[in-house]
Design a protein around this ligand. Structure first.
Ligand code: FAD
Ligand code: NAD
Length: 479
């Protein structure tokens, strides 16, 4: 194999593998370095997202949502389904099958597009050389005209709760739980905490979530956060705010005593398993030779400009290892932008229109600014809200919880944010993203024809409500 490439990508997560495929499609000779290996020593593509992140978590969320619907939603629809229960081992086996299918699919896509996989740990040397150390210790060096760093992120660990096989788990361990814990503890009421908590609460676990902050989902619109907290609490998640874990103790090798403090003082609880989900940090250890010309910021993220260029000419970095939200779609879009730039095309990314979704039920989804942000920035805005309880289709679907809220500029009517709590919020939010990407006004959506009966009509009604013209709810007379 020639050791010279137009593009070498380090990391085959949704940032790296998408960048590699796009670069190859654009006629560039491309290689992708990946260090992840399975128990047989085979290279594993797909990164965090496909293996221990987005996809496996959604597989288990879908299964347990169906369980919950069968146990709690069927009777109201006249469906008799008695003694419905879950086989957690079968659920995990199905999840593993989906992961295998998708990661194998990327190997197929690499082959189809002519991307060379280089198995091993990549390190960027000076002069755009990439050193690859294989699992057996052998070292090869390749020359590239361009390098894309896409090394992703790893979970943050906290000293009071060190990972302990089978008992204190990070996200990877959490996705392999295959027996319903009687009592599950979670540190961190962020995205992972709420998604994993939902999975096991639906299976019948008692779930306690300890969150250090006093505010729930502090970065989300607080209207959405308040509704989500109410609904998740109703589902059995015991979310304790202002609760900081101070230590853990393994009890008889089979349970975890968790010590924490909150506003009332020191407390403890005993759980069967504890998931630590307190955020992720960039994975950049050993990635860069000292003279690579690439620098890290104060939090360890690779320093890049708005086009993902690092300080070294021809070297780019994307995804979780650079600034911005740690989301698969953000990583992939950065990968496409960078491949296009390398191929000589004009490319840019709109960081103001990246959707956020939490796949609880109902789902939480948003794009653009929150009301808190608009207030803090002194931007005058109008707000329209439509509850799913007033949607005929949502009633038919037995999913009437939540709402669509739209925020628009008071002077220009341009849509500034869309916030949804609802059954298929993850799908509905794409309408808000497209509207904002095309700089739509609320009036543009008011004048758009939405099919009836659909849950999407809630987007139409929320846009109408921005100007107090909603049809299927009483409008507020004054703002
Ligand atoms: P990664 O996916 O982390 O991939 C980086 C790859 O680089 C890895 O395969 C790693 O082995 C490899 N690598 C690192 N260093 C080297 C090196 N030196 N040499 C060779 N290879 C290297 N995001 C969403 O948008 N939607 C979701 O629903 C969602 N759910 C999630 C659920 C969980 C439980 C978790 C943990 C995350 C979730 N995320 C979700 C976040 C998403 O997984 C990440 O944002 C995304 O994977 C980042 O992509 P990436 O390519 O930057 O990095
Ligand atoms: P997160 O940042 O979403 O939430 C971490 C939570 O832990 C925060 O609320 C934080 O205040 C709290 N916390 C931090 N230290 C704590 C401590 N010592 N004690 C108690 N609470 C503490 O992080 P995460 O849930 O670990 O997820 C990591 C990343 O993965 C996120 O950035 C997210 O973007 C991504 N992710 C996305 C999805 C999705 O898109 N649906 C799903 C899972 C993960």
């Amino acid at each position: 194999m020639s050791d010279k490439f137009d593009v070498i990508v380090i990391g085959a997560g949704p940032g790296g593998y998408v960048a590699a495929i796009r670069a190859a499609q654009l006629g560039l000779k491309t290689a992708c370095v990946e260090k992840w290996i399975d128990e047989k020593g085979g290279t594993v593509l797909g990164g965090t997202c496909l293996n221990v992140g987005c996809i496996p978590s959604k597989a288990m969320l879908e299964t347990t949502h169906k369980l919950h619907e069968a146990q709690h939603g069927f009777a109201a629809q006249g469906i008799v389904a008695e003694n419905v229960s879950i086989d957690p081992k079968a659920m995990v086996a199905r999840k593993n099958g989906i992961v295998k299918n998708l990661t194998g699919g990327i190997a197929g896509l690499f082959k189809a597009n002519g991307v060379t996989t280089l198995a091993g740990t990549g390190k960027l040397l000076a002069g755009k050389q990439v050193e690859v150390t294989a699992a057996d210790g052998s070292v090869s060096t390749y020359q590239a005209d361009n390098v894309i760093l896409a090394s992703g992120s790893v979970p943050v660990e906290i000293p009071p709760a060190p990972l302990t096989e089978g008992l204190i788990l990070d996200n990877a361990g959490a996705l392999d739980i295959d027996e319903t814990p009687e009592h599950l503890g979670i540190i961190g009421a962020g995205v992972i905490g709420l998604e994993m908590g939902s999975i096991w609460a639906r299976c019948g676990s008692k779930v306690t979530v300890l969150e250090a902050m006093d505010d729930f989902l502090a970065l989300a619109d607080q209207d959405l956060a308040k509704e989500a907290k109410k609904l998740l609490t109703k589902q059995g998640l015991d979310i304790k705010l202002g609760a900081r874990c101070t230590g853990t103790e393994i009890v008889d090798g089979k349970a975890v005593k968790v010590k924490y403090t909150d506003s009332e003082g020191d407390k403890e609880l005993v759980v069967d398993k504890l998931i630590v989900a307190v955020g992720r940090r960039p994975q950049t250890n050993g990635l860069l030779a000292e003279d690579s010309g690439v620098s890290l910021d104060e939090r360890g993220f690779i320093f890049v400009d708005e086009n993902c260029r690092t300080g070294a000419p021809g070297v780019y970095a994307i995804g979780d290892s650079v600034r911005g939200p740690m989301l698969a779609h953000k990583a992939s879009e950065e990968g496409i932008m960078v491949a296009d730039i390398i191929a000589g095309h004009k490319a840019a990314m709109n960081y103001d229109c990246i959707p956020n979704i939490i796949y609880t039920f109902p789902e939480l989804a948003w794009v653009g600014k929150t009301e808190q942000q608009l207030k803090a920035e002194g931007i005058k805005y109008k707000s329209g809200k439509f509850p799913f309880a007033a949607s005929g289709r949502a009633m038919a679907a037995n999913a009437t919880e939540g709402f669509v809220k739209m925020l628009a500029d008071e002077a220009t009517d341009r849509i500034l944010g869309v916030h949804i709590v609802g059954g298929i919020a993850s799908e509905l939010i794409a309408q808000g993203v497209i509207a904002m990407e095309f700089a739509s006004s609320a009036e543009d959506l008011q004048l758009t024809v939405f099919a009836h009966p659909t849950v999407s009509e809630a987007i139409h009604e929320a846009a109408l409500a921005v100007d107090n013209h909603a049809i299927h709810i009483a409008n507020r007379k004054k703002r």
